[in-house]
Design a protein around this ligand. Structure first.
Ligand SMILES: Nc1ncnc2c1ncn2[C@@H]1O[C@H](COP(=O)(O)OP(=O)(O)OP(=O)(O)O)[C@@H](O)[C@H]1O
Ligand SMILES: [Mg+2]
Length: 550
């Protein structure tokens, strides 16, 4: 199950609920810090350091591409229902910072979902498409995208139907989830201070705190104060009630808020612009609704941000416009994107020689001539890297291939022409040619994902198979959610009303036994217990009426 229903499931079953897999797609375990891979679900690597997500409930592992495919499939199905037509092609957006392998893996996810991926575009580019469509004048736009897990800043030159990305920057570990985490820690700590009870030891209580923390954060975007109220924690024995003011929230999350300043400044520097040269600031991502974030933007850029398009939808709207361009329905827009990181080869002494500088507009192609390092060298190894560091080893390795059959010659004599070619999707292919013999070798970077067609085919059929089990599972989960919801509602009602002791006891018992079943994951008795719960709910409502009549 995907979406809200999945998010609710997360409350009860954290080890088997995957979220934020975007942070793993197309990366190898060796690319990531250990801290980055700490999730409620288990993340491990296979023998090639490819990332696997462990699903104990199904006793199998998933590649991040497969989970993304499930999300894409669901989005396509939702769209199908809405427009009444089959959806088999897609434009997918990715963070501007995604490197080549992450883009490739995203494309694979689309294939697994049975979609033909027409184009991968950068999220800020999509956002500015959504904003810039009707503008004729030339404008420099800064896109500030603070979502759930990542933060991206991009500066674009938009005008006369052309969108050119001038620079990109970001923080791949900053998003709404971090704010939630700090709020959760705060609530847990305050609770322990007051009661000496550690709620984090009980998964159900913890998940309720997690949900309440995000809700409080969201409330504080519109309210100056909110109360977190969680009765009947720790199997009904504990009640949490905590008032949080917006000021307190800003104090708790102060460091996160100020971290947002750095990528903005880096992006300005990379684009060689001062803040006065930014004509518009566009907000993207749910977390830009946080008032302190909006104040920070005003403070750093001295501009009132533009919020005329809903920050949750703006990227999707841009992708739809791109799809319109590709299908010929939207005319007169030319889209220019850039490479987020420099691409090049390793040369003598392990030095990284960039062939394509970061922020170069794509598609692009460049050729340079290299030679041998030793006399009579029969072959050269072309090692391709991506990054900004001086030494190749400090950058990300994208691939390697060998050009052999070079005729014996003194070192420095053979001429090896190396060509880097990036297509419209940002996918790189590298060719090496020996000018002497005309021999040629090339490689399309299949990246960290390394999925071959067989693997993709298998994943496609797996995905189809899951569609079936998903349907079965989803009715079960729907019942779980209903029970969970009714427990909450009943609890709230009971709190408000002055119930007889007898009825209060019934309520507590019914809620406790339902929660026990939910937690145990053995759902055999859930349906009859739900019925009982419904009956008691009516009784409570009945007593309410009697009270009102008195
Ligand atoms: N009103 C609000 N105030 C504060 N935060 C909000 C509000 N509404 C949504 N959020 C937060 O926005 C985040 C989700 O934003 P969004 O949908 O843009 O993320 P995403 O695109 O899925 O994530 P990412 O771009 O990091 O991959 C969540 O952390 C959510 O709690
Ligand atoms: Mg986003």
């Amino acid at each position: 199950m995907v979406g809200q229903i999945g998010k609710r499931q997360n409350m009860l079953n954290p080890q088997n609920t995957f979220y934020s897999v975007k942070r793993f797609i197309g990366s190898k375990m060796t690319d990531l810090d250990a801290e980055f891979t700490k999730m409620p679900y288990q993340v491990r690597a296979d023998e090639n350091s490819n990332i696997l997500l462990e699903c104990p409930a199904m006793n199998r592992t998933f590649r991040p591409e497969e989970i993304s495919a499930q999300v894409l499939r669901r989005l396509a199905e939702n769209a199908e229902k809405h427009i009444g037509q089959t959806v088999d092609k897609a434009v997918i957006t990715v963070p501007a910072y995604f490197n080549d392998s992450q883009r490739q893996a995203t494309q694979d996810a689309g294939k697994i979902a049975g979609l033909e991926v027409l184009r991968i575009i950068n999220e800020p580019t999509a956002a500015s498409l959504a904003y810039g469509l009707d503008k004729n004048t030339n404008e420099v736009i800064l896109v500030f995208d603070l979502g759930g897990g990542t933060f991206d800043v991009s500066i674009l030159d938009v005008g006369d139907g052309i969108f050119e990305v001038l620079s990109t920057s970001g923080d791949t570990r900053l998003g709404g989830d971090n704010f939630d985490k700090l709020m959760i820690d705060y609530l847990l700590n305050e609770f322990t201070k007051k009661t000496d009870v550690d709620l984090s030891t009980d998964p159900t209580s913890l998940q309720r705190v997690v949900g309440a923390a995000e809700k409080a954060k969201i409330d504080l975007s519109t309210l100056v104060q909110t109360t977190v109220k969680l009765p009947f924690l720790m199997e009904g024995t504990q009640h949490l009630e905590e008032v949080i003011t917006r000021e307190k929230f800003e104090e708790i999350c102060g460091d996160l808020i100020s971290r947002c300043r750095i990528p903005v400044e880096t992006a300005l520097k990379d684009a060689n612009l001062s803040k006065d040269q930014i004509n518009q600031v566009v907000l993207v991502g749910g977390s830009t609704r946080i008032p302190a974030i909006q104040s920070l933007i005003k403070d750093v850029l001295s501009t009132e941000p533009n919020q005329s398009v809903n920050p949750d939808e703006v990227v999707a709207i841009g992708a739809a416009i791109q799809a319109g361009i590709l299908s010929g329905e939207v005319k007169d827009i030319l889209l220019l994107d850039v490479t987020p990181l420099s691409l090049g080869v390793e040369t003598l002494g392990g030095i990284f020689s960039p062939m394509i500088q970061r922020n170069t507009t794509i598609p692009t192609k460049t050729t340079e001539t290299f030679s041998t390092a030793m006399d009579n060298q029969p072959s050269v190894e072309i090692k391709i890297f991506q990054g900004e560091r001086e030494f190749a080893k400090d950058n990300k390795s994208l691939g390697v291939f060998t050009l052999s059959g070079i005729e014996p010659a003194r070192r420095g004599v053979p001429q090896i022409e190396v060509t880097f070619d990036i297509d419209v999707n940002g996918v790189l292919s590298v060719t090496a040619q020996d000018k002497g013999t005309g021999k040629q070798q090339n490689i399309t970077i299949s990246g960290a994902s390394n999925l071959d067609q067989n693997e993709i085919d298998k994943m496609v059929s797996d995905a189809e198979q899951f569609a079936e089990t998903d349907k079965e599972k989803s009715s079960e989960v729907a019942l779980q959610n209903q029970v969970d919801m009714l427990c909450y509602q009943l609890e709230k009602k009971a709190e408000l009303l002055d119930l007889t002791e007898e009825l209060q006891e019934k309520v507590t018992n019914a809620i406790t036994s339902c929660r026990e079943i939910l937690q145990s994951q053995d759902l055999t008795n859930l349906a009859p217990e739900y019925e009982k719960l419904q009956q008691i709910y009516s009784e409570v409502l009945g007593q309410n009426k009697t009270n009102e009549n008195v």
